[in-house]
Structure formats: structure tokens, C-alpha cells
Design a protein around this ligand. Structure first.
Ligand code: AMP
Length: 285
């Protein structure tokens, strides 16, 4: 496994793969790796000839300085995990390598309503930051396939939209959410939960699964939402949103009677740790 800290060295390493027509797979991360990240690396290893993982805590996507400061970092363990899984190259750049002075890396894309609800509503500017870093990283790595997790469903749609709008020559692959044994979606932020919070946070996936059940019983979106918010309001936890949205447009649903894809999305504060999760209730026609 090779570790790169600057763009030029990474591009020199990747050049022979490009000229020989060997597919490059890319999984961008912010480190503090877990099985969810590794599952993306494994998917890339299975379907490409060279797998690149980036570890970069992107400052432009954090809307609160404290969140950025408290973001877990564990580079030595990350490298060990990536080595063991068989990743070929790791890109771990300093901030000024990704954002050199003078370079305008903002993604010239209007996300419209896709970025307005859910995370976009509670984290202003977040998706502009995500698009900026993804645009820059895709420009550096130029992968044939990009692997990202369903755990961040809205992020997947934003990046897919950017790829389409800018006509980037990369195939987007969305990997399934990897969960803890109690159902909690794996997340780097889980490291900040106390053992008790960790065990109680199982309620988040439970509520998403129950939403599917309530929908099956004939309840409408407003009733399902109400029940889920109630279920999530346990001591020490505070739901920020629970929404039932169209899986393509991310617009909240007024009823369930169309044929489209339905996704339930939730954000919940466990103490001062913000957790998000989602569940596809119906894949659609
Ligand atoms: P992050 O390091 O949180 O920015 O995540 C890097 C990538 O890993 C993103 O594409 C995430 O959606 C994905 N990811 C994070 N958690 C999980 C999970 N539990 N299962 C699958 N993919 C995940």
C-alpha cells in the first residue's frame, strides 16, 4: 500500500493505470475508519484494478467550528485497517494541497431543492462544501468508479447530481449501510457516544424500520412522522427531523399513494453527538 500526501505524487502513481486502461476505484473518507468505509474499499477492490482511499477532514463542509474540532481522527489505525483490507493507495493531503491558495475549486452546480431539505436545512452550506471537495478530489484522482455509502443518502444524490451536471466521466456506486449488531448505522461519530448512548441509539434504526411497518398498516406520512418523532424522544436524545421523502427528489411526501421510491431519513442528537440514518421504505416502480 502506498501513502501519498501530495497531488503530484499520487497522479504520477496513477498514470500507468490510466495509460494501460486499468480501472481506478475511489472511496473518499474523512478517516476514523470503520467497517462501513471498509465495505466501500472491498467493493472497489472487487470491481477495479486500483483502489484509492482518501482521508481528508474537509473543513469547508463543517458549519460548526466545534464539530470540526471534535471530529475523531485516528490516522495510524486507519492506515493499518486500509493495509489489512488490501487498499492500494491512500491519499492523506494537508488542507493546502486540496485547496491551494488561488485555486477556485467551488463546484459550479445549482443543487436546488435537493440541497434544501433534510441535512441542507440544518447544516447550511454543508453540501456546497461536500460538492467542492468532491469536485476537487475527483479532479485529482480521476477514477472510473466512485464508491459512497447509502448512510449519507442525500450526499449520494448531491454527488450524483454534480457528476451529471458537470458531465464527469465517473460511474457512481452507492454501497449499502453497514450497521452495528444493535442496528445503529456505523459512523465515525459513534466513537463519541457513551456505552449507554450507543446502546440506546438502536432506537434510530428501529424507528426507521417501524416507519415501514406503519406505512404498511395504512398510516400516512404525517402520522408515521409523528409516531417516529415520539418514539425518538427518549431521555438524552432529541430528534432533529424525521422525514418521509421521495427517493429521487428528496421532497417530503404528502401521501404514499404514488409509485415512486420512498426513503425515511432521520437526524437525532444523542447528547452533543449528531447521528443520521435512513431506510428505503419502498424501492419504487
Ligand atoms: P465519512 O468518512 O463519514 O465522510 O464517510 C466516507 C464514506 O463512507 C461516505 O461515502 C459515507 O457515506 C460512507 N459511510 C459512512 N458510514 C457508512 C456506513 N455505516 N455504511 C456504509 N457506508 C458508510
Amino acid at each position: 500500500m502506498y501513502l501519498f500526501k501530495n497531488v503530484r505524487a499520487l497522479r504520477l502513481f496513477l498514470e500507468p493505470f490510466r495509460t494501460k486502461g486499468r480501472a481506478i476505484g475511489f472511496a473518499p473518507t474523512m478517516g476514523a475508519l470503520h467497517e462501513g468505509h471498509l465495505s466501500l474499499i472491498r467493493q472497489s477492490l472487487e470491481s477495479t484494478q486500483c483502489t484509492v482511499c482518501s482521508i481528508f477532514v474537509n473543513p469547508t463542509q463543517f458549519n460548526q467550528a466545534e464539530d470540526l474540532e471534535k471530529y475523531p481522527r485516528n490516522p495510524a489505525k486507519d492506515l493499518q485497517m486500509l493495509y489489512e483490507v488490501g487498499c492500494h493507495a491512500v491519499f492523506m493531503p494537508p488542507v493546502d494541497e486540496v485547496y491551494p491558495p488561488g485555486l477556485d475549486s467551488t463546484a459550479p452546480v445549482d443543487f436546488g431543492p435537493l440541497a434544501e431539505g433534510l441535512e441542507g436545512r440544518f447544516r447550511p452550506g454543508h453540501f456546497q462544501g461536500v460538492a467542492q471537495v468532491m469536485n476537487r478530489l475527483l479532479g485529482i484522482v480521476e477514477p472510473q468508479r466512485l464508491f459512497m455509502g447509502q448512510k449519507d443518502y442525500q450526499q449520494c444524490l448531491i454527488v450524483q447530481h454534480m457528476i451529471r451536471t458537470l458531465g464527469l466521466p465517473v460511474e457512481f456506486v452507492m454501497g449499502p449501510t453497514v450497521r452495528e449488531p444493535n442496528g445503529l448505522a456505523m459512523s465515525s461519530r459513534n466513537a463519541r457516544l457513551s456505552p449507554e448512548q450507543h446502546s440506546r441509539a438502536a432506537i434510530i434504526f428501529q424507528s426507521l424500520q417501524d416507519a415501514a411497518h406503519w406505512m404498511g398498516q395504512g398510516l400516512g406520512p404525517a402520522q408515521v412522522r409523528e409516531k417516529a418523532l415520539q418514539q425518538l424522544s427518549i431521555p438524552g436524545f432529541r430528534p432533529e427531523y424525521f422525514e418521509l421523502v421521495d427517493g429521487q427528489s428528496l421532497q417530503p411526501l404528502a401521501h404514499f399513494d404514488n409509485e415512486g421510491m420512498i426513503v425515511a431519513c432521520a437526524a437525532v442528537w444523542a447528547g452533543d453527538v449528531r447521528l443520521i440514518d435512513n431506510h428505503i421504505l419502498r424501492r419504487g416502480a
